[in-house]
Every structure is written in structure tokens, then in C-alpha cells.
Design a protein around this ligand. Structure first.
Ligand code: GLU
Length: 491
């Protein structure tokens, strides 16, 4: 049944997907991809996309990371339907504010006898694990506190012995589910061992709060990192014990760096913020991440709605994806070529001289855009265009000298009369020298930019400040005497 969201006005079916980041660092590319896939899954299914902040680790969670995370998601275009700033009756969306709900669930499980207090000290637990390993068994909780009498529990509690709360895993069960990515999964409960759902400090284990919150928030399907696959049987047991519905889980493969290790800071930029700061476009990142571990017949740069229509969980790969910045640059190039002149000016603003008038900024941006992937690529061109007349290298000098003084005298005159009109300049130079094709354009390019390559000349001329075209051409109007470089002579 469809329903309308009061804040966004969107129509949804009842289900939801979610993204549950921990604000303990900048939004990593891997997490951004998880967010994107959940967003697309929601859009594709007409479900809600919920953002829930997993800020339960008070020691590591920081408000500025939350702020950054929200800003990065919004920048990527992954607007959440419910979450921070979009509260509704299913919130709050910060897990640090949901303690009362978890307490209620802990009490419920204890009442049923499905959870029990465990008074084992970390040292005792370590000793048990050690002994199990030594005898060739997989380490798991030996069940020391499982059958303590009510009186004994009370006695220890009253004595102030710290306790965790453990979930009593039923024996002899097979826990089965169908993973959205990996297909049929089967785990034996006897391999799991009673696990801690509430730490000694009273805080909930993250997989407990996530399971409970997914049910409370109507999450019907979700994608998350493969490292959580083994949490799933435990979460299914918790939900079953509480009589809560379980979502369909999908576990996506890791992203590896070029050296095969999980993508991290060691590989250079690894957070969305770092790519953003370098001038990467959100459309480029989103299109690249869409293809990272997700095969698609779509080869064009797509908007977010088109990506949602093309997203298919069956196309998610089971093996790790390899991050390749060259591929990201291909998408970046495509995204950049689609920018409007106004957007280009904003994007390149930091590269332009302070106080440059808007028309000049626009002319410059339009001229260099085809040659730019990142804003830093425009910096040398800003120097060439707005700096002093460029100095030529030996090749440039030779080409300019071969064109001759008459060539440049005519070109400079045409620039004085017609301004930044490449056709008039080349016509005049041709008439004066008989040069054609490359012999015509290369000397002009060298004289104007100091280089033999670069953006198209006609738009570039529009960006050169008034008077500069003429001045740059005129300095070669007199054939230099042998041994005297025109670039070192007075300008
Ligand atoms: N905060 C966890 C993570 O980012 C989320 C776990 C989950 O999705 O259940 O890995």
C-alpha cells in the first residue's frame, strides 16, 4: 500500500532501506558506496531511505564527523527520507538517543530467559579461549554463567560484580537466510556460542541495536559490508526471540586498493571529503561507485534517478572490487564536460586571479574546460593567460623565428584592429607570410601561450586580457638578430 511522506511529499510503499554509519571518521568511499546502493535500492523499490547514525561508541563518535557525514551524503545527492533533520515518529535517528528502547528489549529478553547476566571477567574469558584453542576447538563462550541460579545472580548483582548481558543461543538449530548478494546461507547455532548483547557499561552491542532499530524503523532490505555477514545469524536469532520482522540482508564485497589491500588512507584519498576537496564532482563519484562491484550495461553518465532505474542487486559482484582512480577520472571528465559556464566558474574559482571580472572568468573557464579534469589542471593555464607574456622554450623560439617578423607584425596589427578574432589574425599572418595549417597556428600558439599544445586557440584568445594578444604577438614582429632571443629582449 502506498503512503505519503509528510516532509518530502514522496509516495512510498511500506518498506525501507537504511544506511547506518558510525561517526568515527570521514565518510569513506566504501561506506559512500554502501549508502549509494541502499539509496538506489530504495528508489528502485519505491521504499524509504533511512539514515540512522550509529553514535553509540561515545569514546570515538564525534559531532563534527556526524556533520561532515551528513554534508557529504547531501553533496553526493543521497537525500534521506527519514533521519537527522527529517525526524518522524520512528525516530530519533541517533542511536545514542534510543537507549530506553534497547533497555526495554533487554528486559523483554531477560524476562523470557533468552538473555542472562554474565559475570565472567575479561581475564576469565581470555583464559577459556586460550584453553579452547590449545585443545584445537574454536573459541566460544563456555557457558559459565548460563545456568546460574536466580539467587546467585542476585547475590552477585547486589555485590556490585559487573555483568554483561548474554543472549542464550538455542542449541541444535540451523539458521538459514537468503542473502541478496550471496544467495542461500546456512549457519549452525552450535557454532555461535552465547554472545554479549549489552556490555558491562550498559551500552548495547551494535548488532543488537541495529537489529532492533531495523525492525522499529520498518527496514525491509538492506545492503552492508561483507564484514557483517557473520553478524546476521545472531541478529536473526535476536529478532526471532523478540518476535520482530527481519529484513532481507545483502552483503557487499569490499573495495580494495591497487595493491589488493582494503582501500584505506594508505592509498591516498579514501574519503569522500578528500575527493571533494580535490575538485571531484559528485556525479562523477556516484557514477563511478555505481560501477564499482556492480555491473551495468549503462555506459553513460547518469543522473541519480536513472542510476536507480538501472540498479539491480543481482548485478552486485561477490568478489572484491578494485578502486582505480583512472576510472574515476574518466567519469570526472564526463561530468566536467557537462558543467554549465556558470558552474565551471564556481568550480574553478580558486584557480582564478582575485578580483577577475565575471566575463573574463567565464571566457577563461569556457576555454580551458575541455582540457581540465580537476581544478588544479586549470592553474597553469591561469598563469599563462593572466600572468606575464610566457617565455618560450628552444622549440618555441625556433618555430616563432621560422615564421618570421612579417608574420607577427601582420598578426599583431590584426589583433589591434579586430581584437581577439582568430580568423582575422590568421588571415593577416597568412597574407603576410604565405604560411598555412600548422605553420600558421603553431607559431601563434607559441607566441601567445609559450606552449605547443593546449586548449583551442579561438576561445583561448577570448580569455586573454585586453591588449595582451597584440603585445604577445608584437614581441616577435622584428626578426631577432642571430643569437639574441626574443624572449630575453625587452618586452
Ligand atoms: N555502522 C556499521 C558499519 O558502518 C553498520 C552495520 C550495519 O549496517 O548493520 O559497518
Amino acid at each position: 500500500m502506498a503512503e505519503m511522506d509528510r516532509t518530502t511529499g514522496r509516495t512510498f510503499t511500506r518498506g525501507a532501506t537504511r544506511f547506518a554509519p558510525s561517526p568515527t571518521g570521514e565518510l569513506h568511499l566504501g561506506n559512500a558506496r554502501t549508502a549509494l546502493f541502499n539509496y538506489l535500492l530504495a528508489r528502485r523499490a519505491g521504499e524509504r531511505f533511512v539514515l540512522r547514525v550509529e553514535d553509540t561508541d561515545a569514546g570515538r563518535s564525534r559531532a563534527e564527523y556526524t556533520t561532515g557525514l551528513l554534508a557529504d551524503l547531501a553533496w553526493l545527492g543521497l537525500e534521506w527520507d527519514a533521519g537527522p533533520g527529517r525526524e518522524d515518529e520512528l525516530g530519533p535517528y541517533f542511536q545514542s538517543q534510543r537507549g530506553a528502547l534497547y533497555a526495554q528489549r533487554f528486559a523483554e529478553l531477560e524476562r523470557q530467559g533468552v538473555a542472562y547476566p554474565c559475570f565472567c571477567t575479561p581475564l576469565e574469558l581470555e583464559a577459556a579461549r586460550h584453553a579452547q584453542r590449545a585443545s584445537g576447538r574454536a573459541p566460544r563462550y563456555p557457558g559459565t554463567c548460563r545456568e546460574l541460579s536466580a539467587g546467585e545472580r542476585e547475590r552477585r548483582r547486589t555485590a556490585g560484580v559487573p555483568a554483561t548481558l548474554r543472549f542464550r543461543v538455542p542449541s541444535g538449530r540451523r539458521i538459514e537466510f537468503t542473502d541478496l548478494v550471496h544467495g542461500a546461507q546456512s549457519f549452525l547455532s552450535d557454532d555461535i556460542g552465547d554472545f554479549v548483547i549489552r556490555r558491562a557499561d550498559g551500552s548495547a552491542a551494535f548488532f543488537f541495536s541495529n537489529a532492533v532499530d531495523d525492525a522499529a524503523m520498518g527496514v525491509s532490505q538492506l545492503l552492508r559490508g561483507e564484514d557483517h555477514l557473520t553478524n546476521t545469524p545472531r541478529q536473526l536469532l535476536i529478532l526471532e526471540a523478540l518476535g520482530l520482522p527481519a529484513p532481507c540482508y545483502g552483503h557487499i564485497a569490499l573495495i580494495l586498493g591497487p595493491d589488493g589491500a582494503p582501500l584505506s588512507k594508505r592509498h591516498g584519498a579514501a574519503s569522500v571529503r578528500q575527493f571533494r576537496d580535490r575538485g571531484y564532482r559528485p556525479e562523477a563519484l556516484v557514477n563511478y561507485l555505481f560501477r564499482l562491484g556492480h555491473s551495468s550495461p549503462e555506459h553513460d553518465l547518469l543522473g541519480i534517478e536513472a542510476l536507480a532505474a538501472a540498479f539491480d542487486v543481482h548485478h552486485l559482484g561477490r568478489s572484491p572490487a578494485h578502486f582505480d582512480e583512472q576510472q574515476l577520472r574518466v567519469w570526472q571528465k564526463a561530468a566536467v564536460q557537462r558543467l554549465s559556464v556558470h558552474e565551471t566558474c564556481t568550480w574553478l574559482a580558486a584557480q582564478l586571479p582575485a578580483g577577475l571580472d565575471p566575463a573574463a572568468a567565464q571566457a577563461f573557464s569556457a576555454a580551458v574546460l575541455p582540457n581540465v579534469v580537476l581544478p588544479e589542471d586549470a592553474r597553469p593555464w591561469a598563469q599563462i593567460i593572466f600572468g606575464p607574456p610566457p617565455i618560450l622554450d628552444a622549440e618555441g623560439e625556433q618555430i616563432v623565428r621560422a615564421a618570421g617578423g612579417a608574420f607577427f607584425a601582420a598578426a599583431a596589427r590584426a589583433a589591434t584592429i579586430n581584437g581577439a578574432d582568430l580568423a582575422a589574425i590568421t588571415a593577416a599572418a597568412r597574407a603576410a607570410s604565405g604560411a598555412k595549417g600548422a605553420q600558421l597556428y603553431r607559431p601563434l600558439r607559441f607566441a601567445l601561450t609559450g606552449l605547443g599544445h593546449g586548449p583551442e586557440l579561438a576561445p583561448l584568445l577570448q580569455a586573454i586580457p585586453p591588449g595582451q594578444i597584440e603585445q604577445r604577438l608584437a614581441r616577435f614582429a622584428h626578426a631577432p638578430e642571430a643569437g639574441v632571443s626574443p624572449t630575453t629582449s625587452k618586452q
